[in-house]
Design a protein around this ligand. Structure first.
Ligand code: ADP
Length: 694
């Protein structure tokens, strides 16, 4: 309002001064009352100064100077007009200008205008008793108007000053608020930085308590963590020394606690802290701020601050505390996860260390990331092997491996593609060990292969015992063969009547002895053959072999016993079948074993089919029967030594359980494979492969 008054008045002032100065000069000059030419000049100069001051007045930069110039010019102008108009005796009336100026420093526009009007009226008092002349009246009116103008101008200045003072107080207040906020923000920023690398839960809790107290300038702060569904006090500042943290529990019956546990941020006044062991506050208890700590959609704890009742529980504090709480909750969660991970890691390490088998873990690129002491010992390595390629670490001590046809590098590559590989390896580090190796792919979070685990189970002792057993069997067999040869020989002589005539009973008994001796010889021969094959002490005499011919020979040899049982043997080998690269005697041995078994187990009327096919570098021979079949539980073991599957329905067929074991050794000696498929009650099919010649 004041500003507007002045803005609208400013052009008015110019017009006013122009009219007054023009009228005065005109009057003075025309009436000849101009007694002093310098007064006229002064009037003209001060008029020019007022106009100039008025011109600069709007410009902020010149405002104080322009105002000063304007005020001085106004006074000089009024003085010169008064002087010119002859009202010299009332020159003192200038002093009255002080009054509206003084009023303006106290009052706003209405007050100042009122004082200016009263001042003008006061100027009339000396003239109450007589009627003043026209010139004096003019002068009086002029000074009254001047009081008004000076008062309004002064008021404008003082109002501006007052407004500036108010604004600067407000500004200072805002600045303080901003500084407070900045302090909070930088505290929280520092806190989040500190929390980002603090994984120690205890440290996180203590820091949170300390910061909460500092940010709120509170007397005390408490951090509770929810454990087993109940909040437990974990860190506290400002509590009485004697208090036992573990005994403190939030007072369940208080309203603020109910709201807090319901997930609300709470401020409360006049709260009793007797549950904390705090003395009752002054008159009205304590002020309190409390916020929940949320992490992962759950309340993991509470942050509570309190102060003596002199302070107000301001909302701003709650905001700061909530921000702090969210940082703290995340840090608590992270520290807890970290501590859980450490626990898990410790558990795994304990298991690994206690394990008597070797265990190695690699990442997805086959680099060793973990190894237990047993594995390191087996490989003759130390913990520095971690970080190296598994194949590198394995390469040195690896003497031999049998990993289902894979080389070590291929095995690792296949496992990292998701295959599981079992096999055996021989390692020579500090000592020579024979291990059963199990390569298992590790699955990552997205189902991808994130590495592999290699279990190494020491079977050195087993191997040694097995070898001892083989040697024993081989030695015993060898030793048995000589007496058995003489028994058979002499029995044969006696049966031939070379030791005198035998009666019928003696002949019958000796025939049984001869038959059993032949059986025993057969078994001993098989055992010796097997141990020689296993020891690789016999070599296959590889040559170009016509499989059709060998199949025919085997079928021909077995057709006799087969027809005795009314079992038919059919052979179907295509003429186009390539020749095999094999030892024909050994291949015949395998065929006789397999077809012989088929004959042995087939029931009368049974059919045995022998066929052969060719794919790539391998020939495949197939022998199928429609006999009783092999139970699934027995199927994996039929190629083991001395294994004989016994099912209730199938009558005992004789044999030693060596035929298939020998066959496997022979086929593998050729670089082939032998396996069987069977359906109980429907029959069995045996397959073996041999390399193609050339
Ligand atoms: P055996 O001297 O007992 O025949 P093998 O090693 O030749 O010893 O065979 C091992 C076992 O495999 C046999 O005892 C039998 O249980 C089973 N088997 C082998 N061939 C057949 C087949 N064609 N039908 C059913 N079972 C078979």
């Amino acid at each position: 309002m004041g500003r507007m008054l002045l803005v609208t008045a400013r052009p008015g002032i110019q017009v006013f001064w122009t009219v007054v100065v023009a009228a005065t000069l005109l009057y003075t000059l025309t009436t000849g009352e101009a007694e002093s030419p310098w007064a006229v000049a002064l009037t003209a100069v001060s008029y020019a100064a007022v106009m100039t001051g008025n011109h600069f007045f709007p410009y902020r930069k010149y405002r104080p100077f322009a105002f000063f110039l304007l005020m001085c010019s106004c006074l000089v102008l009024i003085a010169s007009i008064v002087y010119l108009t002859g009202n010299r005796e009332s020159i003192l009336s200038f002093l009255f200008f002080v009054v509206p100026i003084f009023a303006a420093s106290y009052f706003s526009y209405p007050g100042t205008v009122l004082v200016a009007v009263l001042t003008a009226l006061a100027r009339y008092v000396p003239f109450v008793t007589y009627e003043p002349g026209g010139m004096v009246q003019f002068s009086l009116a002029l000074s009254a108007f001047s009081y008004l103008v000076v008062g309004v101008l002064a008021c404008y200045v003082f109002e501006g000053q007052r407004m500036y003072a108010r604004e600067s107080a407000e500004y200072r207040h805002l600045l303080q608020l901003a500084l407070d906020k900045e302090r909070d923000v930088s505290l929280i920023y520092n806190l989040s930085r500190k929390f980002s690398y603090t994984l120690d839960l205890d440290n996180v809790l203590k820091t949170t308590a300390a910061l909460a107290r500092r940010m709120l300038s509170a007397d005390g702060s408490l951090v509770f963590l929810v454990e087993d569904g109940a909040p437990r006090l974990k860190a506290a500042l400002g509590m009485p020394q004697s208090s036992d943290l573990s005994q403190v529990a939030l007072p369940a019956d208080e309203n603020w606690v109910t709201r807090l546990e319901g997930g609300e941020s709470v401020t409360a006044e006049g709260v009793s802290l007797s549950w904390l062991g705090m003395p009752a506050g002054a008159d009205r208890g304590y002020d309190l701020w409390a916020v929940p700590l949320f992490a992962g959609g759950e309340t993991v704890g509470y942050l509570v601050c309190y102060a003596g009742s002199s302070r107000e529980a301001a909302e701003a504090h709650l905001e700061v505390l909530t921000t702090l709480a969210s940082q703290a909750a995340a840090a608590v969660e992270k520290a807890r996860l970290y501590s859980n991970t450490l626990d898990e890691k410790r558990k795994v390490e304990t298991i690994l260390f206690a394990l008597r088998d070797g265990l190695l873990v690699t990442d997805s690129s086959g680099v060793l990331v973990q190894a237990n002491p047993v594995a390191l010992q087996m490989l003759g390595a130390d913990s520095e092997a971690l970080g190296r390629e598994l194949l590198d670490v394995l390469g040195g001590p690896l003497l031999a491996s049998d990993l289902g046809g894979y080389g070590p590098a291929e095995a690792v590559a296949a496992v990292l593609e998701g295959h599981t590989i079992f096999g055996e390896m021989e390692l020579a580090a500090d000592s020579r060990v024979h291990v059963q190796a199990q390569f298992i792919p590790l699955e990552g979070q997205m189902g991808e292969v994130s590495g592999l685990v290699l279990f190494l189970h020491d079977i050195t002792e087993l191997k040694r015992v097995d070898e001892m057993k083989s040697n024993f069997v081989s030695n015993v067999s060898h030793e048995l063969r000589t007496p058995l040869t003489s028994i058979s020989g002499f029995v044969r002589l006696m049966l031939a009547g070379r030791a005198g005539q035998l009666n019928a009973q003696q002949k019958q008994y000796l025939e049984v002895v001869s038959e059993q001796a032949a059986n025993l010889t057969g078994m001993i021969e098989s055992l010796l053959d097997l141990s020689r094959l296993q020891a690789r002490s016999v070599k296959a005499e590889m040559q170009e072999v016509d499989i059709a011919g060998v199949v025919e020979t085997a079928a021909r040899d077995l057709r006799g016993p087969a027809s005795e049982k009314d079992v038919e043997i059919r052979t179907r080998v295509p003429a186009s079948l390539p020749k095999a690269q094999a030892d024909p005697g050994r291949v015949l041995q395998v065929l006789v074993n397999v077809i012989g078994n088929a004959v042995k187990f087939s029931e009368p009327g049974g059919l045995i089919e022998v066929s052969a096919s060719h794919s790539g570098p391998l020939l495949q021979v197939k022998v199928s029967d429609n006999g009783p079949g092999i139970p699934p539980s027995a199927l994996p073991h039929i190629f083991d030594r001395f294994f004989q599957a016994r099912t209730g329905e199938v009558p005992e067929q004789g044999g030693f359980g060596l035929g298939l074991a020998i066959s496997r050794e022979i086929v593998e000696m050729h670089g082939g494979k032998i396996w069987a498929e069977s359906d109980v009650g429907r029959g069995s099919t045996f397959y073996f492969t041999l390399p193609v010649h050339g």
